[in-house]
Design a protein around this ligand. Structure first.
Ligand SMILES: [Fe+2]
Ligand SMILES: [Fe+2]
Length: 332
């Protein structure tokens, strides 16, 4: 019986393709995501010695020991871009199982979780209005949160691998990781942390409604450009409502992450007591990540320089008690 399954599914058929061009139409799948009993509902490919993509495993195959062994021996396994949605769904659902995998170290786990979450976040930011994003934000946040709750050394491990180049999706993922770590440090409960992580992941969703050139402009913005950029928290709030997010704390986190305690923030010019906990946490993580990443027009500041600047020059903007907890957390 085992033999039969193998014979039916372990097929190698070579397609005539231009390797480079063809490779662009495939996504690399880390085989550490594949476990015994998984039902692969998309075709898997590998690159043969002639650098041609060859079919390795036909869609709707259940992984048995033989196949698992084969897959683990092949360094790089690919999925066609045609199956991108199925692949992303598979990864989303397998991020959880990864945490229980005793053969992986905590650094390997955080590395895999970060890389996959980054890909999924990019898809989310590429199609901000997709209704499934409400669920996707939860599927990305949950494994990160669980890894933080169940392993003491996870925070350090994440901080080590956080991407220091600025892209909206990695920035958003980084802000959500910082926010989850900080929220846990502040003693928030699991449900609150999930909401906080989702708000942080989605906080800049509104930038998708602003011209790409403006969002990625090198250097200072003109007054008009800045006025336009200031609209992103409102745009993000609208998108979140439209995709079905009705949790007020999450919506606050998105809409108010640029508010300042002295009332000089935007878009609503809220004063201290009007700013709820989520935006207070997210704004600290947001500024820290933005300043410690490299942009084309400025080098990254060190963590020390950034925290010093935040302490000295943003005293009237940020919640200093939360900032102190953040500093303690980073230096643990
Ligand atoms: Fe923002
Ligand atoms: Fe941001």
């Amino acid at each position: 019986m085992l033999r039969k399954i193998v014979d039916q599914n372990y097929i190698k058929s070579t397609f005539r393709v231009k390797p480079q061009a063809e490779k662009l139409s495939y996504i690399l799948l880390d085989t550490r995501f594949i476990h015994l009993g998984d039902n692969m509902n998309f075709n898997l490919f590998f690159q043969n010695k002639q650098e041609k993509m060859s079919l390795l495993l036909r869609s709707d195959t259940i992984i048995n020991e033989y196949l698992l062994d084969k897959l683990q021996k092949i360094e790089q396994v690919y999925v066609s871009l045609v199956d991108k949605n199925k692949y992303e769904y598979f990864i989303e659902n397998h991020l959880q199982t990864l945490l229980k995998d005793t053969s992986l170290t905590i650094d390997e786990k955080t590395d895999l979780i970060y890389a996959s979450s980054s890909e999924l976040t990019q898809s989310l930011y590429d199609n901000p209005n997709a209704l499934e994003n409400a669920q996707r934000s939860k599927n990305i946040i949950t494994p990160i949160l669980q890894s933080i709750i169940y392993h003491d050394d996870t925070i350090a491990s994440y901080i080590k691998i956080i991407e220091y180049d600025y892209y909206t999706h990695t920035h958003s993922l980084n802000v959500s990781i910082y926010a989850l770590c900080l929220g846990a440090e502040l003693g928030l409960l699991d449900d609150e942390l999930t909401s906080l992580g989702r708000a942080a992941l989605l906080h800049d969703l509104g930038k998708s409604k602003i011209e790409y050139e403006l969002v990625n402009k090198n250097g200072e913005l003109s007054i008009d450009e800045f006025q336009e950029m200031k609209m992103h928290p409102l745009f993000g709030y609208d998108i979140a409502v439209n995709i079905g997010i009705d949790n007020q704390e999450i919506l606050d986190g998105i809409r108010h992450h640029h508010e300042k305690l002295d009332g000089n923030g935007y878009p609503d010019g809220l004063k201290a007591y009007e700013i709820t906990l989520f935006p207070r946490i997210i704004s600290i993580c947001d500024i820290f990540d933005a300043l410690t990443t490299t942009r084309s027009y400025k080098p990254a500041m060190t963590s020390f320089q950034t925290l010093q600047l935040m302490k000295k020059e943003m005293e009237t903007h940020l919640d200093m008690q939360i900032l102190d907890t953040f500093i303690k957390m980073l230096h643990k």
